[in-house]
Structure formats: C-alpha cells, structure tokens
Design a protein around this ligand. Structure first.
Ligand code: NAD
Ligand code: UFG
Length: 334
C-alpha cells in the first residue's frame, strides 16, 4: 500500500513510518519540520534499510498535497501533522485552529479531489476531559477544555460529516492516551523542542543531568499515592495500532473512533520508580502545585480496539522506560 504520512518526521509519525515500511508498505512523508528534524528521515532509512519518500511542506496546502497524492498513487492517509501542546494552545488558540483544523481541511480537499478513501487520524484522549467514569470508553461524554482538544474534536466532527456525504470513505480516529518510549534501536524517539511539557521527556532529561529535578504536579489527587494517573502506551504498540487501523479500513467504510491505550494506569511516582529501575539513575523530584487543566486519573477502555481492530498493546512499562532511556543516552553521546 502507498501511504501518505503527514507529520511523519515527528515522534509518533516516525515510528509509524518504521512499522509500515517494515511490513512492506511504502511511506510518503509530508512534514514542514515545524517540530522535527530532517535527520529523522535518515534514521528511518537506517532502521528499515530503505528510505521513505520525503517532502518538506505544509499539509494545508491543497495543490501541493494533491500533487503528492497523485504522483505517488496514495491509497491511504495517516494524518498526524499538527500542534500538540495543551498549554500553548491556551495561549495561542488561533495558531492551533489554523494549523490543526485548516491543515486538516486542506488535506481533506486534496483527498477528495484524488478520490482517496481511507484515513487514519491522530486524535486524543484529551477530548474526554475529566473522566466521569473509568475506564474511559469511546462513548464517554466529550468535554474539551482547551483549544488543542477542541481542534481535535472539530476535526473528528468534520470527518463524521464527510463520511455521511461520501459513503465510500473509511475513517478511523485513534484517540491516543499517553505515548512514551522509543524504537529499540534508540535512533528515533521523543525529542521535543525546548523545555518538555510531557512527563517522560522531562524525566529522561533529569536522568542525564540536563535538568536538576522533576516537578511532580500535585501530590494530593484522589489516587493511591496522590499523584496523577495516566495510561502510558509504548509508541511502538501505538504505531502497530495504525497498521491495524489501515487493515480494518481495507474492508470497512464509515466513521470509527477507537481508544489507543493499555487499559492500565500508572502514577507519576510509579513512572519515576520504573524509570530509575531501568536507567540506574536517580530522578530527584519535588512535589509542587497541581498543573492547571490536569485531571487526577485517566485510563482507557480498550475492548473496542481489541475486538474490532484485533490489536492490543503488548509492551511493558519497563520496555517503555528502557527504550526512552536508550534514545536519550544516544542523543547525549552524539
Ligand atoms: P510531533 O510534534 O512530534 O509530530 C508532529 C509533526 O507534524 C511534526 O514533525 C511537525 O513538524 C509536523 N507538523 C505540524 N504541523 C504541520 C503542518 N501544518 N504541515 C506539515 N507538518 C506539520 O507530535 P507527536 O507527538 O508525534 O504527535 C503526532 C500527532 O498525534 C499530533 O496530531 C498530536 O496532536 C497527536 N497526539 C499526540 C499525543 C502525544 O502525547 N504525543 C497524544 C495524543 C495525540
Ligand atoms: N507531570 C508532572 N510533571 C511534569 C510533566 C507531567 O508531574 O513535568 C504529570 C502530569 O501532571 C500528569 C502526568 O505527569 O499527571 C502526565 O502528564 P503529560 O503532560 O505527560 O501528559 P497529559 O496526560 O497531560 O497529556 C498527554 C498529551 C496530550 C494528550 C493526552 C492524552 O500531552 O496531548 O496525553 O491523554 F492529549
């Protein structure tokens, strides 16, 4: 299959590219490198043994995307390109709507013009807001509380409408929980620009001495140890979930949404301990005030993906931590 991967140089997209290409598919990456580096393309090639096709450009540019789709006879699209920082989206909502929603619109117009009828979209568990019950299933009410989440929900809703108007179209919205870890080679991984917002990249930077300590945001949540609980999923499991989604779309049309998690939550302190165990490094931390917008506990009901996509996460917490550490150690040596 010829698959267009938007945002394929990013953290998740690069792992999806590796898994897709390893299974014999051809990956065509479009990325404007606003949050990634060109060298990722070489690292993907090094892992897989052949290079993906790469275009530097914006997913919202209709003519450009249409031309890529036509030239490479694209069968399916995996749309990962977008901005993803919750905090930044509160400060700069227009940029988030512009890049995420308008970007998706440009892509969708191009897909329609070229009759591409299969799309996997990177959505987020953030659209559920503060869980009213656990585990969170796909029918959970949606209570977005920031522009990032709302941009994801707008796109999900647009996709629903488009599926009604074009019955031949098949769309899967994958609602990611908390992707962490890296490819076992240590060649690709999570490498955010600037100060990391997310827990795991911050922890690895503390472990290698780039930062003095981790601020644990809140120690008084109603959770077993008082710190926030999340459903961390290995990025390689997540990447494999995308291939399962594409396979599903080869025989199913219409709009679908699936949670992508492990179904198990870990607290911040459990994550610190697991990481210390795998890296052999101490992670100094201080419990500080809660971060605005954080929920106490969130983990996924994963039955729908297991049943429909025939996919389940298999990698352990230890694997998530050791692979993240391997990636960071290689970066630190470079
Ligand atoms: P990332 O920032 O590492 O990757 C996104 C990639 O998209 C980057 O390479 C960036 O340069 C590119 N990009 C951004 N806007 C673009 C545009 N207009 N045109 C072309 N390229 C563009 O992020 P990630 O963690 O790999 O996330 C991928 C997707 O998954 C995003 O849509 C994100 O919202 C979603 N998601 C991520 C998480 C997470 O915790 N990482 C959780 C839920 C959902
Ligand atoms: N945390 C800390 N210190 C930090 C960073 C995070 O204590 O320096 C805590 C948070 O308070 C939370 C947990 O670690 O309890 C996880 O926080 P992350 O920022 O890693 O992840 P979030 O659950 O807040 O959000 C992530 C992505 C969103 C996505 C969501 C889906 O950032 O884009 O998962 O569940 F939508």
């Amino acid at each position: 299959m010829n698959v267009l991967l938007t945002g394929g140089c990013g953290y998740i997209g690069s792992h999806v590219a590796v898994v897709l290409m390893s299974e014999g598919h051809d990956a065509v990456i479009v990325d404007n490198l606003s949050n990634s580096r060109r060298e990722v393309v070489d690292h993907i090639a090094q892992i897989v043994g052949r290079p993906p096709t790469f275009y530097q450009g914006d997913v919202g540019e209709f003519e450009f995307i249409r031309d890529v789709i036509r030239r490479h006879r694209i069968d399916s699209v995996i749309h990962l390109a977008g901005f993803k920082s919750v905090g930044e989206s509160v400060q700069r909502p227009l940029q988030y709507y512009q890049n995420n929603v308008c970007g998706a619109l440009g892509l969708l117009h191009a897909m329609e013009a070229e009759s591409v009828s299969s799309l996997v979209f990177s959505s987020s568990a953030t659209i559920y807001g503060d869980p009213q019950y656990l585990p969170v299933d796909e029918a959970h009410p949606q209570h977005v509380i920031n522009a990032y989440g709302r941009s994801k929900l707008h796109i999900e809703d647009m996709l629903r409408d488009i599926c009604i108007s074009r019955p031949s179209l098949g769309v899967i919205c994958l609602r990611y929980f908390n992707p962490v870890g890296a490819h076992p080679s240590g060649l690709i991984g999570d490498r955010p620009n600037g100060i990391p917002n997310n827990l795991m990249p911050y922890v690895v930077q503390v472990a290698c001495g780039e930062r003095d300590f981790l601020s644990v945001f809140g120690g008084d949540y109603r959770t077993p140890d008082g710190t926030g609980v999340r459903d961390y999923i290995h990025v390689m499991d997540l990447a494999e979930g995308h291939v399962a989604a594409l396979n599903y779309l080869s025989t199913n049309n219409g709009w679908h949404a699936f949670n992508v998690g492990t179904g198990r939550g870990y607290s911040v302190l459990e994550m610190i301990r697991a990481f210390e165990g795998e890296s052999g490094r101490a992670i100094p931390y201080k419990i500080t005030a809660r971060r605005e917008g954080d929920v106490a506990c969130s983990y996924a009901d994963i039955r729908a993906a297991a049943l429909e996509l025939n996919w389940k996460a298999t990698r352990s917490l230890e694997d998530m931590c050791s692979s993240a550490w391997r990636f960071q150690s290689r970066l630190s040596k470079a």
